[in-house]
Design a protein around this ligand. Structure first.
Ligand code: GLU
Length: 279
C-alpha cells in the first residue's frame, strides 16, 4: 500500500489539512504501507516556497514521517507536458483559445447551458473550430489551453470505468459532470488534474486519501488513468472539517492554522485527540 498527502503550498495548513494528512498517515501505518508527501506547486502565481517549508514543519510537528525524496511538481513540468503531447498526438486534446469572458458570453448567448458539479460545462466553442481556423490562430501566436475531448476519450476507452470509494462504495465513472476539462492551462502548461494523476501513477500510489470536495474530480481522474495506461487506485474521500458556523475551513482563516495553534501553545497530541485520532 502506498498513499500520499499532496498539499498545494498556497497558504498555511489548517486543522482540515491535519485531519487529511493524519487520516492518510494512520491508515497507512496500520497497514504497513508507505506514506509519500508531494508538493503540488504547479501554480507559480499562487504557490510560495515559504509555504512549502512551513508544510514540512507542520507535518513534522504532527509526528508524521514521509518517504524521501519529496516530489515537488514544479520541478517536473516537462514530464507532464510530454504526457499531454502524447494525448494531443492521439487526437484526444484540442486547443481552446477562449478566455473566461468568451466562455461566459457563449453560455449566456446559448440561454441554458448544461451544468456539471462545478458550474456550467465548457460549451465546446473551440471544439467546433474548423482545423484551418485552429492552425491560423495558433500560427498568429494566440495563446491556448488544451482541453480533453471527452467524446473521443470515451470512444477510445470503449467500456465503462468503475472505481471504488472506501466510504461510498463502488462508483461508475461519470466524467460528463466535468465535461471537456482543461489539461494544459494557458499559463502553466499543465493542470492539477494532469499533474496529480500522472504523479499518482509514477509514484505507484495505491490508495488516495483526500477530502470529499475532490470526489467529483475522481470521475475524470479515472478516465485519465485509463488513457495513460495507469491502474485506478482505491479512493477514500473523507469528510471536511467545518467551523462552529458550519463553514468549511479555509486557508485564508488565519486563526486555525497549525502554526497559530502551535504558537498558542497547543500540542500536537491535543490536536490529534481533538481530531479523533488515538494518541
Ligand atoms: N493539491 C490538492 C489540494 O491541495 C490536493 C490534491 C489531491 O489530493 O489529489 O487541494
Amino acid at each position: 500500500m502506498i498513499t500520499r498527502f499532496a498539499p498545494s503550498p498556497t497558504g498555511h495548513l489548517h486543522k482540515g489539512h491535519a485531519f487529511s494528512a493524519l487520516t492518510a498517515y494512520e491508515n497507512t501505518r496500520q497497514k504497513g504501507g508507505k506514506f509519500l508527501l508531494r508538493i503540488e506547486d504547479i501554480d507559480f502565481n499562487r504557490c510560495k516556497s515559504t509555504h512549502s517549508r512551513q508544510i514540512l514543519e507542520d507535518l513534522d510537528w504532527l509526528g508524521i514521517e514521509w518517504e524521501e525524496p519529496v516530489r515537488v511538481q514544479s520541478e517536473h513540468i516537462d514530464q507532464y507536458s510530454r504526457a499531454a503531447t502524447e494525448l494531443l498526438e492521439r487526437g484526444l486534446l484540442y486547443p481552446c483559445f477562449c478566455t473566461r469572458k468568451d466562455i461566459q458570453r457563449e453560455i449566456e448567448a446559448a440561454g441554458q447551458a448544461p451544468h456539471g458539479s462545478e458550474g456550467p460545462l465548457y460549451p465546446g466553442t473551440c471544439k467546433r473550430l474548423p482545423s484551418g481556423e485552429r492552425a491560423r490562430r495558433t500560427e498568429l501566436g494566440e495563446s491556448y489551453a488544451l482541453r480533453l475531448d471527452l467524446d473521443k476519450a470515451m470512444a477510445e476507452i470503449d467500456s465503462s470505468i468503475t472505481w471504488n470509494d472506501t466510504l461510498q462504495g463502488p462508483q461508475e465513472a461519470r466524467p460528463e459532470i466535468l465535461g471537456d476539462i482543461v489539461l494544459v492551462r494557458k499559463d502553466i502548461r499543465t493542470s492539477y488534474h494532469l499533474a496529480s494523476v500522472f504523479d499518482d501513477g509514477l509514484q505507484q500510489v495505491t490508495d488516495i486519501v483526500r477530502g470529499v470536495d475532490l470526489f467529483d474530480s475522481t470521475h475524470i481522474h479515472c478516465v485519465l488513468q485509463r488513457l495513460l495506461g495507469l491502474p485506478i487506485p482505491t479512493y477514500h474521500h473523507h469528510r471536511l472539517l467545518t467551523d462552529e458556523n458550519g463553514n468549511r475551513l479555509a486557508k485564508r482563516d488565519r486563526s486555525i492554522t497549525l502554526k497559530s495553534l502551535r504558537d498558542a501553545g497547543i500540542t500536537a497530541k491535543q490536536l490529534k485527540k481533538e481530531l479523533g485520532f488515538a494518541v
